[in-house]
Design a protein around this ligand. Structure first.
Ligand code: BMP
Length: 277
């Protein structure tokens, strides 16, 4: 089998065992966009406005729903309607990090009821396999997908070396629910972290990568930015995640600026993918 980085998103979609991964990979090809827009704003109106402006240009909108001060169920209903209208998936960047029983409750219940609306969520592997089995009990019946944080973009983070390799091994034990990683490179095909599995022979994991920016290298709080080419072409990741580079911080750029930046990142991400193939 060719290495994953030499397969098209469509070829990968056709062969993927997880429904939501198929949905994401198909959407990427349909829209020619491997751009996920991260919308980290503190109020409902801004979140919906930015999602509406960015929606046509991205495959995924990533939320941190607990940032929104005026959260209500209508926000979720409107976000879901935008996802339908503009053809994108919703990823709640919850970063679960507790034992299985606790994350199961955090995922299904409380104010946010994340599993009821987010196609994708993510978890730190630190508690061990129980975090995946707990989340899977809620997510699998709803056809949701999970990303494990195998690496992080911030300076000095601890998700390196053996930690990353152990995360890859954990993901391989749960290929019905773990659809991919948050990582900075193709961790499942790198000999240092792939655990002896040869290139092109392992399960297909979607690598979604934050820390992407065309204009700056950092944010003064540890974030480290790389270009779409470095991420997709040189490091073999699948989806670029761009937040402030597009919405601009605070309550967000005006719509025209958001659209302009979306187009810029969409084009750069797609070119990097074509160059990689
Ligand atoms: P920005 O492009 O504005 O730096 O935002 C990056 C987004 O990706 C944030 O929502 C952050 O929580 C998330 N993220 C990250 O930056 N690094 C990681 O390692 C994992 C993340 O989820």
């Amino acid at each position: 089998m060719p290495s994953i980085t030499k397969r098209t998103y469509t070829e990968r979609a056709a062969a993927h065992p997880i429904a939501v991964a198929r949905q994401l990979l198909e959407c990427i090809d349909r829209k020619k966009s491997n751009l996920c827009v991260s919308v980290d704003v503190p109020n409902k109106a801004s979140l919906l406005r930015i999602a509406a402006a960015a929606g046509p240009y991205c495959c995924c909108i990533k939320t941190h729903i607990d940032i929104v001060s005026d959260f209500d169920d209508d926000l979720v209903a409107q976000l879901q309607a935008l996802a339908e209208k503009h053809d994108f998936l919703i990823w709640e960047d919850r970063k679960f990090a507790d034992i299985g029983n606790t994350v199961k409750l955090q995922y299904s219940s409380g104010v946010y009821k994340i599993a009821s609306w987010a196609h994708i969520t993510n978890a730190h592997p630190i508690p061990g396999d129980g975090i995946v089995t707990g989340l899977a009990q809620v997510g699998l019946p709803l056809n949701r997908g999970l990303l494990l944080l195998a690496e992080m973009s911030s300076a000095g983070n601890l998700a390196t070396g053996d930690y990353t390799a152990t995360t890859v091994a954990m993901a391989r034990r749960h290929t019905d629910f773990v659809m991919g990683y948050v990582a900075m490179r193709r961790v499942d095909e790198d000999p240092k972290t792939a655990g002896g599995v040869a290139e092109g022979e392992g399960a297909d994991f979607v690598i979604m990568t934050p820390g992407v920016g065309l204009d700056t290298k950092g944010d003064g709080m540890g974030q480290q930015y790389r270009t779409p080419d470095e991420v997709i072409n040189q490091s073999g990741c699948d989806v670029i995640i761009v937040g402030r580079g597009i919405y601009g911080g605070g309550d967000g750029n005006p719509d025209e600026k958001i659209v302009e930046e979306c187009k810029r990142y969409q084009q750069a991400g797609w070119k990097a993918y074509e160059d990689r193939l």
